[in-house]
Design a protein. Structure first.
Lengths: 168, 168
């Protein structure tokens, strides 16, 4: 198994940290398929405790429900890998941590877990800021590591974009 | 910044997965200084969702209190980097996720955060299993990345040791 190319992620995390500290914004994360990689990249940067409150790695559906307060019926109806659940994860984790910005990631990293409807690589990212929750849909084409990395990068880039949209 | 040497961690995670699946054990994590690296290593392995329930990256003290139910007075009295808090994090996260085994990590990765009492590299790991909670103390001597990696490796090794102690 090759080592994860965290360099680019850590460089993005440096930019996120600068954007957040400049504006006094705090960040929290709800990670499913990325399994902690986004939090890991963020906390590789010294001083990250000044804006990063923490995150939940909600691998089991039960964790999504109890820790992030994602309604069970949302998971039953749309599946854990869905825009609806990504949005609920983002707003749930934002409230849990009392953060300004929160990102969530839920997807099928592979090699298992794909279905007729939802193939390996399908990923939803959620972004909660104040009362607004947005989601984005991606279809990655890589192997497990590449899919996880691509999802992590997309989440950090969206956090940077959202932070920079806030007046400094 | 060099890429994290996750290879050894992922290899340890493969052994942890085998030990847990063989015994039907589930695992949860409460990570502070390791910031999600242990969860990331575990979820790099395909099939990890069959035993890994998830984790909390409790970077802020407030997250340790609200998500892991670590009593505030424990943090006030002993500091967030202490055996007492490591133990409370492990038992808190075990209950939160309803896991068989839970590990916690709290330490000073550096370069900032060291004090006269507690120097950079000081780390406590907690392990909760049934009603028993144990803690171990480490003093790493590396830089931030090396300290984070050493803590993550120690946590995974202790989880393996604890899983293998359970009758298969």
């Amino acid at each position: 198994m090759p080592a994860i190319g965290t360099d680019a992620l850590v460089q993005a995390a440096v930019r996120l940290q600068a954007a957040c500290l400049e504006r006094g914004l705090t960040v929290a994360l709800g990670e499913s398929c990325t399994g902690g990689l986004v939090a890991h990249a963020i906390t590789q940067v010294a001083g990250s405790s000044r804006y990063f409150l923490g995150g939940v790695v909600s691998y089991a559906d039960s964790a999504k429900m109890t820790l992030l307060r994602v309604p069970e019926e949302l998971i039953d109806r749309h599946g854990a890998v869905s825009a609806e659940v990504a949005g609920a994860m983002a707003s749930g984790v934002r409230r849990r941590f009392g953060a300004d910005l929160a990102a969530s990631i839920t997807g099928i990293a592979g090699p298992d877990g794909g279905t007729a409807d939802k193939s390996v690589g399908l990923t939803f990212i959620g972004l909660a800021h104040d009362r607004q929750v947005s989601t984005r849909r991606f279809e990655w084409g890589g192997d497990r590591s590449a899919n996880i990395e691509a999802s992590a990068a997309a989440a950090i880039e969206w956090l940077i974009e959202s932070a920079e949209a806030v007046q400094a």
